[in-house]
Design a binder for this molecule. Structure first.
Ligand SMILES: [Zn+2]
Length: 350
């Protein structure tokens, strides 16, 4: 009888604490209210496969010589992005015509020359000091010894042109009087391919204090389909979304359910997963500082890091849909009432 009582007490305590955590999570989920649904749909619809196609054929053309860090092709890529933002009348956080954050040669090793991150910025109307970063890397592998160009259409031309279209959509909204409440930094990083050095430099020399940088949505390869999804290509891998902010994770899920209905595949988000993609692109340098991140990724394919990663192999309709998901997620974080919380600061979880 005595034994039975103790067991019952154990069971009861176990049940109570489990329920309690489930309830906390449910309360957190219930607290997420989507902002401005009609506007999100309207401006998401300005992101089109036609424009993504035009941008990506330019950005991954042979003229850009594979965009090798510090080399001529990478400089052409940086100038291309600067011209785009100037034409769109989207400002730089540095002001005037200075869109580049120059990384000196001394920051690199192995004779790599100075290189540039490219930054564009839309200032928030109500909380301009709070910054949402949307990032992708602009560099790639350059030209092989046998003269073959690594066009890097998926890696990471796809992420680059997604940001161009997302920036234009936010800017269109702003022109109509619906600018974001919080600020958005469009961050095109260099030197990812040699070890995420562009993002490492950025977090060491941020344009805005990291304590007010509330998330990094990082895009690295979102234009293709991998072997795991040949039968249903309506997917994207999300990595990192729940690691520092459960709120970010549930915002991302709710936004997707409401606007895009893409299958969100979390298999690479499992801690200890052997590929360890969480540490392998630029978002990781933000996560190191406790900034919640989401890494958007289509997985590897046969053309990964090969000269055959060309723009004709991109699925532009899919790229459009994935880009809309990222835009809508950024819109929510930029415009919801309260600042995105980390788990440490989330009243529902503590
Ligand atoms: Zn990449």
């Amino acid at each position: 009888m005595k034994t039975f009582c103790i067991l019952s007490a154990f069971v009861l305590i176990g049940t109570c604490s489990t329920t309690k955590y489930t309830t906390k999570i449910q309360n957190l989920k219930d607290s997420i209210t989507l902002a401005d649904s009609i506007l999100v749909v309207n401006y998401a619809n300005t992101i089109t496969k036609e424009e993504l196609t035009t941008h990506l054929y330019a950005f991954s053309s042979d003229d850009f010589e594979g965009r090798e860090v510090g080399e001529k092709g990478q400089k052409i890529a940086a100038e291309f992005l600067k011209s785009y933002y100037q034409n769109e009348a989207i400002e730089s956080p540095y002001g005037g015509s200075n869109y580049f954050q120059t990384i000196p040669e001394g920051f690199f090793s192995n004779g790599i020359k100075a290189s540039e991150n490219v930054l564009a910025f839309i200032e928030g109307s109500e909380k301009p000091e709070e910054i949402i970063v949307i990032s992708a890397h602009l560099d790639h592998l350059g030209v092989n010894d046998d003269g073959q160009i690594n066009n890097g259409a998926d890696d990471d031309g796809s992420g680059t042109v997604a940001i161009m279209e997302i920036a234009q959509a936010f800017n269109n909204a702003k022109k109509d009087g619906y600018g974001p409440k919080r600020s958005i930094l469009f961050l095109h990083l260099t030197a990812e391919e040699i070890g995420k050095k562009g993002s490492e430099f950025y977090v060491n020399h941020p344009a805005f204090p990291l304590k007010n940088t509330i998330t990094d949505l990082n895009i690295d390869m979102i234009g293709r389909v991998d072997k795991n999804h040949t039968n249903n290509k309506n997917y994207i891998y999300l990595i990192g979304s729940d690691r520092l902010s459960k709120e970010l994770h549930y915002i991302s899920e709710k936004v997707n359910k409401n606007y895009t209905n893409i299958y969100l595949d979390y298999r690479y988000n499992v801690e200890g997963e052997r590929n360890n993609y969480y540490s392998r692109s630029d978002h990781y340098n933000f996560a190191k500082y406790g900034i919640p991140v989401i890494f958007y990724f289509n997985g590897e394919h046969n053309d990964y890091h090969k000269p055959t990663d060309t723009p004709d192999k991109i699925d532009y309709k899919l790229l459009e849909k994935r880009t809309k998901l990222i835009f809508a997620t950024a819109w929510q974080i930029a415009n919801q009432e309260h600042r995105l919380t980390t788990d440490e600061n989330n009243k529902f979880l503590n």
